[in-house]
Design a protein around this ligand. Sequence first.
Ligand code: ATP
Length: 463
Amino acid sequence: MNTDEQLMEKIISLCKNRGFIFQAGELYGGLSGIYDYGPLGSLLKNNIKNLWIKKFVEERRDTYLLDSAIIMGEKALTASGHVGGFSDPLVDDVKTEKEYRADHLLEDAGINPEGMSIDEMSQALKDNNILSPEGNKLGDVREFNLMLKTQLGSSSDSSSTAYLRPETAQGIFVNYKNIMDSMHPKLPFGVAQIGKAYRNEITPRNFIFRLRELEQMEIEYFIHPDDWKNQFDYWREEMNEWSEMIGIDMNKLYEVEIGEEDRAHYSERTIDFEFDYSFGQKELFGLAYRGDYDLKKHAEYAKAKLQYTDPHRGETFVPHVIEPSMGLDRTILAILTSAYTEDEVDGNTRSYLALKPNVAPYKIAVSPLVKNKEHIVEKANEVFGILKAEFGNVAWDDNGNVGKRYRRQDEIGTPFCVVVDYDTLDEDHADFATVSIRHRDTAEQERISIDELKNYFKEKLSL
Ligand code: ATP
């Protein structure tokens, strides 16, 4: 058994060694809280995004996909409350000048910081003699705005101030009118978006859990205010279904109802979906009833009408919103944590990722048993071509011996390995030549004829 810390270390080193996730800017010493997704991580991420779009856009008739700009102007983010209030409590070590999240230091000392003002946090740190992790005195707590600011063009006047968006949601709200005018949707309807968001986190940590550059998958679902309770329950179910569908361990997923004092003032109900990561139970997704807060704010600041008129009843009102918000990087960490498994095969410990085939970077790996027999390599190439044309993400693997290939494919979560061997070429059975199929989770093998391979995998991969 691994300790939690060992598990995290193993996942991080697997991600690096097998091409899933690298520290960004590593060549130059690395950037804290920023990561690059490597070849396999990109495939995994893309599979998740495609499944999300399929489930929440393509298979529905009431949602629209959006891809709004990452850079947003100051006015829009002032209206949304981010310029004034999107901040975390920061405190520094007076000796080293290192910065910390005051609420995290209080939590670590067993004190609940929820609902405390900045001054109350300063007081609580003093009253409890809390020092920095290096054992030094702490200064006063202050608000630190998490948005990354930039300037558009060469002018330094404030009208050119812009920000990297801190969430994808605001790009949806500022496009409400465009979507109404171009698509003419009837309520209820949703707008879904996947994209990068940026938060200048004071202490990025826990690998891809707390990032400065992150990716979100968010839906703003516009409803009639009378309908919010039903819709909230409906989306709660959808989020559970989604989690199960992509292979998140449902025994490690908890719904946490957020109490009134901890909710945003405009939200009448919020549920955090928390996951049991190796470093503790922390937020994976959020589901919030945002009322009409965002549309009303943008209407006020932009002096625009952001409303809806019911075509049957003639009633005009500002729609309310249910927001399922899902962090993509935290999803990947939850999937990897759920999938990482160690067992014993032939007396040796092996580790593998028990990924669901729908998210696995490669669905199948094809190998020739040996590299130096022309006919075997030729046949394996033929089988590879057939499977790649049908299933796309199929790997060709002829490195090392077959045992090593299995270990490598296990580690990256490939559900099936197909091996073309001497029996495949057995002339007595030329009409229904067979290949060996090895299953990742059981390490068992079976033989299937090449003619049947496509149907076999269609069923196994449920594509
Ligand atoms: P936390 O309390 O952990 O900082 P949050 O409540 O600020 O998170 P939201 O603003 O609700 O998070 O963002 C929606 C989703 O975006 C979160 O549920 C999470 O999956 C993801 N997310 C937010 N901040 C980060 C981050 N710094 N790194 C990675 N993912 C993040």
